[in-house]
Design a protein around this ligand. Structure first.
Ligand code: ADP
Ligand code: MG
Length: 685
């Protein structure tokens, strides 16, 4: 066992007081080894000051010619540094008395920073610097720069890491043949090469994390993730679920439907129906683009569960969506004699109590409601299937929480079906969803006309209003979506209210409704029902209508300040139209000037309707953490791997993971222990 450094030991002992080490997640000696650089700085060379170009990051060395506290452009300490080739100003906006002494004229100073053109020639603002003696040697290798927190400087952190590395003794957890096939070094060698790169290591490969050493560490990280998820999958497979094998009721529902399933729907229904009949708990993600018809699959699955003598629950992220499921699925279920209970936040307490009693007695076959209500408060008599709609709205941490609750102490697990309209790119699914099976509906119901997308500057708002009027004149309906203003929910609300008032006025005599997140659930439902029934021609909304809402007669979607929305949101919003047979249009109204990212998003929306392609670009723009919504939970999912760049390593990690789980449990434990320590729970989502 490696000797603890005093600092890591102190951090471990007092982690509740959050020492800087603890705040970095470093609790054990070995955590130091896995605290890897975010970048490197080149202190191995000194660049002549006269040859510096603006924008270049470099190290220079010279003699202090003079120092001065200047008042412009801001109060600052300006130090003129000279070498034989020229001079440069080091500028410090915050400085201490001690710095005035360090920069005494005649002192020799080494400074590293980005050179830029200042008022009086080249300057570096807040360079890293050191006072040195003549002839002081240069480091031979690139200097790693670590993520850190206040109270822990680079030098102290670096020293602690190097101390930990010297005594690090890790047994190799990855089979030698797998490493050889990938050309990867042993893990301890790799860590040393990352913390102290050899002098001949190409800097670009280090920065891009493509050296063999970096690839090894990335492989290990992916392996840890796969081990964790695959092990969770195996644990689940070892548990028992009710066999929901009676298909008669589902067949009756199929016959009662007003349409035939598409080929893709038939295929996924077969997959799901078959798995429900087994005694192993299903844990399946049903993916299908917006409007591909996932709801009917959920209804069929519920019918099979109920027909087999069990109960089912359908849970949605918002009241509006849950209500819509009730409206859509309720009548279908009625037709086949299933009793549906509806649990809504707007019910009075005695009514809620009655609904819970119906679930607890088994009288209600199907319970529909929001997650919060059902998960937290309902005890079922015989829950056989739990269906989670719009799963992507929940972070990985929430998925974990749900699973933990479902699994707590149950002798039998319900089957679980999750549905998502945000298609997850293949690499991401393989990575974060290694514990799930995935079914994909890759076909839209027939007769759908593609939605025409128009990008319109806000300056042409009048034309957009005229378009709404024209749609209404043709007997169609329109959505008008106001943006979410991140800083303030109150402002957000006010915008929607103002927009509604303006549109009521501009669109006389049309009937314009308003729905937003702060509306009491009952009012929300009333407005949505009016819109669905055609009693309102225009619906002004905040993003509460982003997911799932289904009103086929609505053929125009206007999104104001489209530049503020994310790609997934825009795709969802656009998916609210084009659901009937009419020609549909989505107007993305924007206000310039656009940031590069916003321009890219709008361009993507204009160029493609393919949800998978949009998801891929979204992932590229935002990275997996944000894409999956894990950011709220504050946990980085993969710290070093990049799923696009490292997809070959991901494939290999999956294979090695399966192999270790089959034959080498000691290595599995050791590997997970290294990577997650006490945090593995999180990844078992
Ligand atoms: P999503 O996958 O986005 O949840 P929905 O389940 O809301 O999509 O389906 C969108 C619309 O398409 C609904 O009105 C639904 O009744 C209809 N629909 C679903 N499947 C078919 C089908 N096979 N043929 C015709 N219409 C269908
Ligand atoms: Mg849906």
């Amino acid at each position: 066992m490696a000797r603890r450094t005093s600092e890591a030991a102190a951090a471990a002992a007092t982690s509740s007081e959050a020492t800087p080490f603890a705040r970095l997640g470093i609790r054990r000696e070995q955590d130091l080894a896995l605290h890897l650089p975010i970048r490197y700085e080149d202190e191995t060379r000194i660049v002549p000051i006269g040859s510096l170009r603006p924008g270049e990051t470099a190290q220079v060395q010279g003699i202090v010619a003079r120092q001065e506290i200047v008042a412009r452009p801001r109060r600052a300490l300006a130090v003129e540094l000279r070498d034989d080739s020229g001079s440069i100003t080091l500028r410090f906006l915050h400085f201490y008395g001690s710095q005035l002494r360090q920069f005494a004229a005649g002192n020799r100073v080494r400074a590293l920073g980005e050179a830029r053109g200042g008022l009086f020639g080249l300057e570096m603002v807040h360079p890293r610097y050191r006072v040195v003696d003549e002839g002081e040697p240069l480091p031979q290798t690139l200097t790693p720069v670590y993520p850190t927190v206040s109270g822990l400087g680079q030098a102290r952190l670096r020293a602690a890491i190097l101390r930990a590395l010297r005594t690090l003794q890790w047994r190799e957890t990855v089979p030698a043949d797998a490493l050889a096939a990938l050309g990867l070094p042993p893990s301890v060698d790799a860590l040393r090469a990352i913390h102290q790169p050899a002098p001949d290591t190409p800097a670009s490969a280090l920065h891009e994390r493509t050296t063999p050493a970096w690839r090894r560490v990335i492989f290990d990280e992916l392996l840890a993730q796969q081990l964790s998820l695959q092990r969770a999958r195996a644990a689940r497979a070892a548990q028992r679920a009710p066999q929901l094998a009676d298909g008669a009721l589902a067949r009756r529902l199929l016959e009662a439907l007003p349409f035939r399933l598409t080929g893709a729907q038939q295929r996924v229904w077969q997959e799901i129906s078959r798995e429900l009949a087994t005694a192993q708990p299903m844990n399946r993600l049903l993916q299908g683009d917006v409007g591909s018809g996932k709801t009917v699959i959920a209804a069929l699955a519920a019918a099979q569960a109920i027909g087999s003598g069990f109960q089912a629950a359908i849970m949605a992220p918002t009241e509006i969506l849950a209500e819509q499921h009730l409206r859509k699925i309720g009548p279908w279920m009625e037709r086949i004699g299933v009793r549906v209970a509806w649990l809504s936040g707007s019910l009075k307490d005695p009514e809620k109590k009655a609904v819970r009693a119906r679930a607890a007695s088994g009288e209600a076959g199907l319970l529909i409601g929001t997650h919060a209500l059902i998960e937290d408060t309902v005890a079922f008599a015989r829950l056989g299937l739990s269906i989670v709609d719009e799963q992507h709205r929940f972070g990985v941490a929430q998925r974990l929480a749900l699973r933990t609750r479902l699994e707590a102490g149950a002798a039998m697990l319900p089957h679980q079906l999750m549905m998502s309209a945000t298609p997850i790119p293949r690499t991401l699914a393989m990575s974060y969803y290694a514990d799930l099976d995935v079914s994909v509906i890759d076909e839209l119901p027939p007769g759908r006309k593609p939605v025409l997308t128009k990008l319109v500057s806000e300056a042409r708002r009048d034309e957009v209003v005229a378009r709404v009027r024209a749609a209404a004149a043709a007997g169609r309906q329109a959505y008008w979506v106001c943006p979410l203003i991140e800083e303030s929910e109150a402002l957000d609300l006010q915008t929607a209210i103002d927009t509604h008032a303006a549109l009521v006025h501009e669109l006389v005599p049309l009937r314009v409704g308003l729905v937003h997140g702060r509306l009491p659930p009952a009012d929300k439902q009333a407005v949505m029902a009016q819109f669905a029934a055609g009693a309102l021609q225009v619906l002004v909304a905040t993003t509460v209508i982003e997911v799932g809402v289904d009103v086929p007669n609505a053929t125009l979607m206007v999104v104001e300040h489209a530049e503020r929305f994310g790609l997934a949101q825009l795709h969802q919003l656009r998916g609210r139209v084009g659901r009937g047979s009419g020609e549909s249009v989505c107007v993305l109204m924007y206000r310039g000037p656009l940031s590069a990212a916003a321009r890219e998003r709008l361009k993507t929306m204009y160029e493609t309707r393919d949800g998978f392609e949009i998801a891929r670009r979204d992932l590229l723009q935002r990275g997996p953490g944000e894409f999956l919504g894990a950011r709220q939970s504050g946990e980085a999912l993969l710290r070093f791997a990049d799923l696009e760049r490292d997809s070959d390593l991901l494939d290999a990690a999956r294979e090695v993971s399966a192999r270790l789980l089959r034959g080498d449990p000691a290595s599995v434990d050791e590997h997970l222990q290294r990577w997650f320590g006490g945090r593995e729970e999180f990844l078992r989502a």
